[in-house]
Design a protein around this ligand. Structure first.
Ligand SMILES: C[S@@+](CC[C@H](N)C(=O)[O-])C[C@H]1O[C@@H](n2cnc3c(N)ncnc32)[C@H](O)[C@@H]1O
Length: 238
């Protein structure tokens, strides 16, 4: 019953060594993207935890290239770290386009500046405003090959349905939703889970559970839950 063992690594020491190993052996992030993550950490402190991890950014570069994505839609830009990773993946493709959005003007301005400095602002557009309304204005820009859902968790299901109903994801395209296992709280909210005291994460659990159940049962898509990072749902439009 090997495949029923959920623990990937025996302890934090081995986990950290594995993380380092995977970072070194995976497609690298260029220096300007690493520097941008460092700048976000320096300027925004604890809030910088909203960024995907460095290894996850490497995964996004690899995934965007592997799916031959040319048009990417990102919901939840923050300071632009994950969007820079997507831009790295697409920068040599003719007609490449990345649309990203956020409700936060301050972090949005940091992102815009980063896109300019990286020389990718001709392929990345940032839209300020709530995703729930921004998406409705993107029909002419779509359909997108890849969607990265990484904003407010209580909006995941609405965004997912809007994206499908408006035809923003092409047939065979993939939507990646982040944080769908929320520190294991999705399956365990007992004192066995050290994140039980994380009120912020706990507040998201009902919304993510509803989203996870909806995508698992939705006949329009085929879904795979990947137990890496904070949990990724890979959703392919049939
Ligand atoms: C987890 S962060 C995104 C991190 C980013 N993808 C990265 O890895 O660098 C989530 C972002 O969603 C934004 N957000 C929250 N509610 C939103 C909404 N209704 N519409 C658009 N963005 C929203 C927040 O302001 C925050 O910057």
């Amino acid at each position: 019953m090997k495949d029923e063992i959920a623990v990937l690594y025996p302890n934090e020491t081995v986990s950290m060594a594995i993380l380092k190993y995977c970072r070194e052996k995976s497609v690298p992030l260029p220096e300007h993207i690493n520097k941008h993550a460092e700048l976000t950490e320096k300027e925004l402190g604890d809030k910088s935890e909203m960024m995907v991890s460095r290894l996850q950014a490497q995964y996004l570069v690899w995934t965007a290239r592997s799916f031959n994505a040319k048009k990417i839609l990102e919901v939840g830009c923050f300071t632009g770290f994950s969007a820079l990773a997507f831009a790295e993946a697409l920068k040599d493709i003719d007609g490449a386009k990345i649309v990203t959005m956020d409700i936060n003007e301050e972090t949005g301005n940091i992102a815009r500046k980063a896109f300019q400095e990286a020389g990718v602002d001709h392929i990345v557009s940032f839209i300020l405003g709530p995703a729930e309304t921004t998406l409705a204005g993107l029909v002419a820009e779509g359909p997108f090959d890849l969607v990265f859902l990484d904003a407010n968790k209580d909006g995941y299901l609405t965004c997912f349905n809007t994206i499908l109903e408006l035809g923003l994801l092409r047939q065979g395209g993939i939507l990646i939703a982040d944080n769908v296992l929320k520190k294991g709280l999705i399956v365990n909210t007992t004192d066995q889970n050290p994140s039980l005291s994380d009120d912020y994460a706990m507040g998201k659990v009902p919304y993510i559970k509803e989203f996870n159940t909806a995508i698992a049962n939705d006949p329009r898509v085929e879904t795979f839950f990947l137990p890496v990072f904070d949990g990724l749902a890979l959703v392919r439009l049939l």
